[in-house]
Design a binder for this molecule. Structure first.
Ligand code: 5AD
Length: 349
């Protein structure tokens, strides 16, 4: 698919045509990655953050957030729960929290790798290369770092560089992760105020150029205690602003599957939040092949408030798991076995 076609699909308003796009992506998903839906247990290990991202409820200046940091034993208990549900991967996610030291997290990773068969994915923000290298050496398999937007001006506005730190786009970190041997994941928010349709088309083309292994995408959800939360400040001109809708999210998932057929693409919690009835299913029918059930202990769950009314904050993992299996079955899909690494088609296949 050419770049101008990506843009045309993002501008498509005819509902029947949009559904054709979703179906084409679902067919490619079925052919290339099959019916398996890989389940990644998400453990939100800390909500401390030193950054000031304009969209995120965990930003450092959010004084009303009660902060927590899980202990290694708490993390191990959640990882064992992932094993008991048959999940092949745990994802440890946190704000950019230097209270999680390089050595402490390396120790936790080593324990998970020694005591469970799980693949380990990290989503810890823009840490120094020495940290990323130590965690890889300790056994971490994958790293997620969404670049959020490829529009440099918008990125600077929503993602300020801390004083005294050299400005570096997240895009520039991705080759470092690759060099260290991680499977690399990135992605964007959809409908961030100021995000234009043309820039979103470039984001999708960039996924292909970066040859990403994992691509996470969800709608922007306004958090009232953030600079981007009050109404719609600094939106792009009428007709250019990307809507933060479930429908646009599904089209972006579909285009992502079409340009990156082999990637692991989650149906995200943010999509399920804006569409609580059909969210996860809808994503899985538009190209997604991954779900990330939340295994964060209940007492911390509501505190990981990157955006309000996050789906599933009161769900018991066991209940969510059983409901998810039933939903997958109803869709004619099945839970994936094993770690669910990114597949690579041979040139012939
Ligand atoms: N709405 C939607 N997604 C958000 N994220 C952070 N804040 C929000 C928000 N208000 C996403 C970002 C980040 C990921 C962990 O969560 O894309 O990379």
């Amino acid at each position: 698919m050419q770049d101008h076609e990506i843009l045309a699909w993002l501008r498509e308003e005819d509902g029947a045509r949009v559904r054709e796009l979703w179906q084409a992506a679902d067919a490619v998903r079925a052919e290339v990655v099959g019916p398996q839906v890989h389940l990644r247990g998400l453990i939100e290990i800390s909500n401390y953050c030193c950054r000031e991202c304009a969209y995120c409820g965990l930003r450092a200046p959010a004084r009303d957030v009660a902060r927590y940091r899980m202990t290694a034993d708490e993390i191990l208990a959640a990882a064992r729960q992932a094993v008991s549900f048959g999940y092949g991967t745990v994802v440890m996610q946190a704000g950019e929290d230097y209270g999680i030291t390089r050595e402490a997290l390396a120790g936790t990773i080593r324990r998970i790798k020694a005591e469970t068969p799980l693949a380990v994915t990290l989503s810890m923000g823009e840490r120094p290369e020495e940290d990323l290298a130590a965690w890889r050496e300790a056994g971490a398999d994958r790293y997620l770092l969404r670049f959020e937007t490829s529009d440099a001006e918008l990125y600077r506005r929503i993602h300020p560089t801390p004083p005294g730190r050299a400005h570096r786009d997240r895009i520039a970190v991705l080759p470092v992760l690759r060099k260290l041997g991680y499977e690399v994941g990135s992605g964007v928010m959809i409908g961030t105020p100021g995000q234009t349709v043309a820039s979103l088309a470039r984001d999708i083309a960039l996924f292909r150029a970066l040859d990403l292994d994992m691509i996470g995408e969800g709608p922007f959800i306004a958090h009232p205690d953030t600079p981007l939360g009050g109404g719609a400040p600094r939106t792009a001109p009428e007709g250019e602003q990307v809507p933060d809708s479930a429908r646009m999210t599904c089209s972006v998932l579909a285009l992502t599957r079409l340009v990156c057929p082999e990637a692991n693409i989650p149906s995200t919690t943010a999509l399920a939040t804006v569409d609580p009835i059909a969210g996860h299913e809808q994503g899985l029918r538009c190209g997604a092949n991954v779900v990330m059930p939340n295994l964060t202990p209940g007492r911390y769950r509501a505190l990981y408030s990157i955006y309000p009314d996050k789906e599933g904050i009161h769900d018991d993992p066991q209940v969510f798991h059983e409901r998810l299996l039933a939903r997958l079955h109803a869709l004619g899909r099945e839970p994936g076995a094993g770690p669910g690494n990114r597949i690579r088609r041979t040139a012939a296949g």
